[in-house]
Write a protein that binds this ligand. Structure first.
Ligand SMILES: [Zn+2]
Ligand SMILES: [Zn+2]
Length: 296
């Protein structure tokens, strides 16, 4: 008889990226929901690790330091697969979760430092990207002072701040117009932030002593057999079979395919906050299918 657990949740976001709650509140919510093994996986940053480790220690749960890295699309979407999951379009990046169970809070870890240095230009590297977008708009006849856009942000700068500045300069009437005409995905004023491909990211994760799991495959529109082929070729260790958005049938299909290909599975609620109507935890998974590093 396989042993099941509902005490693992390896995918969550805090205010260090686009989550609603600070790290401590995320940890508390996890613990209150019966989670015993918790990973914080903010987008492209490891800034919450020390706080996460402290919060988990206070609450008596295990902390797994993690990250969700924005990567290039590794395989184009198939229309039929998108339809099967009622996805209108595939996401314009693939998300790779990484876990570093050997990291020790407070200790100097050269491998992790090197990993962080590699991450820097990829980090929603918001400032260089914003400068590039301002430059692009200048070339389009709409000069924008990047400093003034930056000054509009209280936390990390993003396109909404640029849209506000464009309104105040009179280039567009509304923020919506800025997005729909100039700075939305793929439009003339849009600059994508530099993304690693899967292999590059996996290499860096492994070098730093980590393991990699592909987040929420449902969003990519790639049939499961093809997906596993891509993961095998890029050295990914696991697949997030149990994601909040996956149906039971899809979770099972992914788990079987992962097992057949010698890959583990991971479990994630992708918790962003209570205001989104989300709660972490309570997702059943078979213990022996989980990556050994993250088993309860
Ligand atoms: Zn994601
Ligand atoms: Zn996420």
């Amino acid at each position: 008889m396989p042993m099941w657990t509902q005490a693992v949740d390896l995918h969550s976001h805090s205010t260090h990226s686009d989550g609603q709650h600070d790290v401590h509140t995320v940890a508390e919510t996890m613990a209150n929901r019966g989670v015993k093994v918790w990973a914080l996986t903010d987008h492209d940053t490891i800034n919450g690790w020390e706080e996460g480790a402290n919060a988990a220690a206070r609450l008596g749960i295990r902390f797994v330091p993690g990250i969700e890295i924005t990567c290039e699309v590794a395989e184009p979407a198939h229309e039929a697969e998108l339809m099967r999951h009622a996805q209108e379009r595939p996401s314009n990046s693939w998300h790779l979760l990484a876990y570093f169970p050997t990291w020790i809070p407070g200790a100097t870890n050269e491998e992790i430092n090197a990993f962080q240095r590699w991450l820097l230009p990829h980090q929603s590297g918001r400032i260089p990207r914003m400068m590039a977008m301002c430059e692009r708009l200048g070339e389009l006849g709409m000069p924008v002072d990047a400093e003034r856009v930056m000054a509009r942000a209280t936390g990390s700068v993003g396109r909404p701040h640029l849209a506000e500045e464009m309104v105040s300069l009179g280039y567009v009437a509304t923020k919506q117009e800025a997005f729909e005409t100039w700075i939305g995905d793929g439009l003339p004023g849009f600059v994508e932030h530099r993304k690693p491909n899967l292999e590059q990211a996996v290499q860096q994760i492994h070098k730093a002593g980590g393991v990699a799991s592909l987040a929420h495959p449902k969003y990519y529109g790639v049939p499961v057999s093809k997906l596993l082929e891509v993961l095998n070729n890029s050295g990914v260790d696991a697949v997030e079979a149990v994601h909040r958005s996956h149906s039971d049938a899809y979770r099972y299909e992914l788990m079987l395919a992962a097992t057949a290909n010698g890959l583990g599975i991971t479990v994630g609620s992708d918790f962003h906050g209570m205001d989104y109507g989300q709660l972490p935890g309570h997702m059943p998974a078979i213990i022996e299918r989980l990556l050994p590093a993250v088993r309860p």
